[in-house]
Structures are given as structure tokens and as C-alpha cells.
Design a protein around this ligand. Structure first.
Ligand SMILES: [Zn+2]
Length: 514
């Protein structure tokens, strides 16, 4: 009897061994359970590396991808099945330069609806005053998408008491550096600068390089709205950033050439970046797929009419000079017809229209009616072929520079538009390459760990969609329309969008980097 039992066990064992266990069976053998949370089947995987799409299933446990391959559904139990037949499965998109206040609009449905699962805030030199408290509040709020923070150089200038001072004392600079160190140690991913805005405009190269050293020591990067994006100043501005690149990785935010034209012009800028890389400087950039910028109207005013200068005094004493400056500046930026105001009471009207209604020159409207702090607007100052060439570069990624509330379609359309126009309609990018520019390249550049790829062990920020159905509906007239076409958006393994409907529950995290 005993012998018979032993023999039959050996027989069974040899039958079992005669067939190699499948990859999935091997995976199961290492699992403590046969029950899993989410299974996405029959889709085409685009993993974020740029590698060609391939068919596979994705298995998720809690907030983590645990298996990618062919899943034998007979062997497991699953709480939620998603059939991705005819659709693509990709990592969630990462927006390297975004705006918005998670404490005011924590849902961030504008980002979710275009497939964005992580946004980088604290841009253009501006970040919250008390970073530690703010981060905790955001974490407690549970935002709809993951939030990665930058510490803003302009805000640090204000916090250290330097603010508009172009010549801070050694003691003040010491305080500035200490504040930077402290906020980087709180978990910020890097420092942002906004050198075209006050108070960042007052920073010397010396100041910026001393801060770059601290950023480098902490193993982080500088993300910069460079000093001047105009055609005749953009190279000098990028060179200034590249000098900081001696000490830490540097990133050009929303790369553009204001009123520059043509793909060849983009080539010149890309060459400047490529040459720097040959010298060992780590430099990257992001771009949004629209030819209008959007910012405060102060962008067209001279520095000498902005704080700390007394604006009323400037108007009283130098009205003619200011008028000439504004006329030249706006005309250089394609004229008053190319300035579309985005804030009350002029929202939706161009500067030319407002001037015609008031029956005065646009310079007079700017000086008397709007004034430097009085409006934000969209400025049609970019060239399609130039910006498209930037986007084709292998180290340029996608950002929206948008928010849930600003009147520019990029805040609701950017990532959908990349797929709809650049991939499907114009074939300027393969889907695999476009996805890489919106996922792994962004995660690696910013230093976001375990996101940006479909890979076992990575966080389950995942999209399911048919690229042919993606549609960016936001326009300059109606900038707040949600993008369409994503079937599923998962944030940290939880379903945040299903068949176009955004969930009422939020699943984002406040991300930290140490
Ligand atoms: Zn900016």
C-alpha cells in the first residue's frame, strides 16, 4: 500500500514536471494568494520605454502592477476585470509643468480626462509659503492625481526678505540657500525659476549658480522659465541656464521661441542643447502643443514699470516712453489681434477689440484700463513648424503648463491633442514615442520613482484607450471642455475614470523625493 502510494506520487510528479510551468504559473507560485484586484485583458501594451506595442494582460494588486503577460483567468479570482480588446494600455501620463491649487480644486478632472495621473506643481519660481504644512494639507485632501512639488525660487526670495533686491547681502543669500535646502529636504523634486517674472527677474547669475550647487548636492534638478523667450534673446537665456547645469541637471520649461519662425530655427536651439550634453551637462525640455502662450499681461510691460517700482509714478513721469515700449513689444508679438484676454471684464476679447470698443489705442488701454496686474491672456506668438520640431526631439517631453481654471485650452487638451493631432492625424510621432514623451522620459527627468512605465513592481497608474477616439475638445473660446476618448484611467490602482465618467472618489498622492 505504502509503496503503491510512493510510486503513484512519483508518477504524478513526473507528469507535472514533464511540462514546464508557464511564466504565469511561475508567477503564481511566488504569490501568497490567488485573488487579485484588477485584471486588464486583451489590450496592446505600450510600456512607456518607446518599445513597440505587444499584446498582453496586466494584473494589479492594490496599488501595484504585479504581472504583465498572458494571464490564465481559470487559475485566479479577480475583483474587477477590464476588457481592453482593440485598445491600448499605457502608463498614466506625467505632466512635467502644470498649475493649479489642489486645496481649491482637488479633483483635477481636466487632467484625468486627458490621461494625466501625475502633475508637477510649484512652477515658474512660485510655490506655497509654508511647504511642510501645505504638503501635509494636500496629502490629507487626497487629490485626484498625484502631485509632485517644486520649490519656487521667486517665493524663496520673498520668504528670505530679498524679494526685489538685485544685490542681496551674504547673510540674505545664506538664508535663501538654507530655505532652499530645507524645502528640498521636505520632499520637493527640484527648484523652479521664473526669471521673466518679478521677483525672479532680479536674481543674478551668481545667486542662481550658488543655488544650483545646493540643488546638485541634493541630487535634484532646476526647472526654469528662462529669462527671456524672445527670438533675439532665447539663446542667451538658455546659456544662462546651462551654466547652472554645471552643478545640477537643468530643464527648460515650455521651450519656445517667441515670434521665431520655422523648423530650422528650432534646429539651432536643439543644437545648443545637444552641444551642452556633449560637455556633460544634463539638459532636457518640455513643450505644449499650442502656438499661443498664456500668462499675466505684465509680460509685455518693461521691468521698470513693475514692482517694486511705483506704477502710477512711472505713468506720470514716463508715459510716452511706456507707450512706445508697449506698442513695439505688442507689435513684435504679432500685434494686439494676437493677444486674447482671458480674465474679467475682457475675457474672450482680443486687445484690438477692447481698444476698438473704447475708441483708443491699445497702448492706452494697457496703460490706463488694464495695467500690469490687471489681466491674463493668450498670446499667439509661436510658430507651428518650429514648435513641432521641438517636440520631435528625443529629449523633449510634453507638459500642459495648464490648470483647471486658466483660460487656455492647453489645461484641458494638451495630452489628448498630442495623440489626436501629432500621432493619429499628422503622424509626426509614433504612438510608442509619444507615450514615452508623456511617461518614462518625464518620470526619469523629474526623478519620480516607480511610475512612467508598465512594469511589475511599478505603481498602477494606467490608461486604457483607443487612440482613434481621443479628442481634445477645448478651444480658445471654450477652454474648459474636458478631453474625450479615454476608456479607463487608474491612479494608484484605483479606477478614477471609467467609460468617460470621472469617479467621485479621488486617489492621488502627494509624492516626495528625498
Ligand atoms: Zn512659465
Amino acid at each position: 500500500m505504502k509503496l503503491c502510494y510512493v510510486l503513484s506520487s512519483c508518477l504524478l510528479l513526473s507528469i507535472a514536471c514533464s511540462q514546464e510551468p508557464s511564466a504565469f504559473e511561475q508567477f503564481l507560485q511566488q504569490q501568497p494568494t490567488r485573488s487579485f484586484d484588477v485584471l486588464i485583458t486583451h489590450g496592446e501594451i505600450i510600456d512607456g520605454t518607446g518599445k513597440e506595442a505587444y499584446p498582453a494582460d496586466v494584473l494589479i494588486q492594490a496599488d501595484t502592477i504585479v504581472y504583465i503577460g498572458m494571464v490564465d483567468t481559470a487559475q485566479i479570482e479577480v475583483s474587477k476585470r477590464i476588457d481592453a480588446t482593440g485598445r491600448t494600455i499605457t502608463p498614466g501620463f506625467i505632466d512635467t509643468h502644470a498649475h493649479g491649487n489642489p486645496l481649491e480644486t482637488p479633483g483635477f478632472s481636466n487632467f484625468l480626462a486627458m490621461g494625466v495621473t501625475t502633475i508637477c506643481l510649484g512652477q515658474d519660481g512660485s510655490s506655497p509659503e509654508n511647504m511642510h504644512t501645505w504638503m501635509q494639507q494636500v496629502a490629507d485632501t487626497i487629490p485626484g492625481v498625484n502631485v509632485a512639488m517644486f520649490v519656487g525660487h521667486g517665493s524663496l526670495r520673498t520668504q528670505s526678505g530679498i524679494q526685489y533686491n538685485p544685490n542681496p547681502t551674504a547673510e540674505q543669500l545664506g538664508k535663501l540657500g538654507q530655505l532652499l535646502k530645507d524645502q528640498l529636504e521636505a520632499g520637493c523634486f527640484g527648484m523652479s525659476t521664473g526669471l521673466e517674472y518679478v521677483p525672479g527677474v532680479y536674481a543674478s547669475e551668481e545667486e542662481l549658480e550658488s543655488l544650483a550647487k545646493i540643488v546638485g548636492e541634493k541630487g535634484k534638478l532646476i526647472s526654469s522659465h528662462i529669462r527671456n523667450e524672445d527670438d533675439d534673446a532665447v539663446e542667451a537665456s538658455i546659456r544662462e541656464l546651462l551654466r547652472q547645469g554645471t552643478y545640477c541637471p537643468v530643464h527648460v520649461s515650455h521651450l519656445k521661441v517667441v515670434y521665431g519662425k520655422g523648423a530650422e530655427r528650432a534646429e539651432e536651439i536643439l543644437q545648443l542643447l545637444a552641444d551642452a550634453r556633449k560637455r556633460g551637462i544634463k539638459v532636457t525640455a518640455d513643450v505644449y502643443p499650442y502656438t499661443a502662450s498664456y500668462t499675466g499681461i505684465s509680460i509685455v510691460f518693461p521691468e521698470w514699470a513693475l514692482p517694486p517700482h511705483n506704477y502710477q509714478q512711472v505713468v506720470a513721469q514716463k508715459r510716452q516712453e511706456l507707450s512706445t515700449f508697449l506698442r513695439n513689444k505688442v507689435n513684435q508679438r504679432n500685434g494686439p489681434e494676437a493677444t486674447l484676454l482671458g480674465t474679467a471684464p475682457y475675457a474672450g476679447k482680443t486687445l484690438a477689440q477692447v481698444a476698438a470698443e473704447k475708441n483708443k489705442s491699445f497702448e492706452a488701454v494697457l496703460i490706463d484700463d488694464i495695467q500690469p496686474g490687471g489681466a491674463s491672456g493668450a498670446y499667439f506668438v509661436m510658430d507651428d513648424s518650429l514648435q513641432a520640431r521641438f517636440l520631435a526631439d528625443s529629449l523633449v517631453m510634453v507638459c500642459s503648463d495648464g490648470s483647471p481654471t486658466s483660460r487656455h485650452p492647453r489645461g484641458h487638451g494638451t495630452f489628448a491633442r498630442i495623440i489626436e493631432d501629432f500621432v493619429v492625424k499628422d503622424s509626426l510621432l509614433s504612438l510608442e514615442e509619444a507615450v514615452r514623451k508623456m511617461t518614462s522620459l518625464s518620470a526619469q527627468t523629474i526623478g519620480i520613482e516607480k511610475r512612467g512605465l508598465l512594469k511589475p513592481g511599478y505603481q498602477a497608474d494606467i490608461l486604457v484607450f483607443d487612440p482613434q477616439k481621443i479628442h481634445a475638445t477645448a478651444t480658445y473660446e471654450n477652454p474648459f471642455q474636458l478631453a474625450e476618448g479615454f476608456s479607463y484611467v487608474l491612479v494608484n490602482g484605483a479606477i478614477s475614470l471609467e467609460n468617460g465618467e470621472i469617479s467621485n472618489e479621488r486617489h492621488g498622492l502627494l509624492l516626495k523625493r528625498y
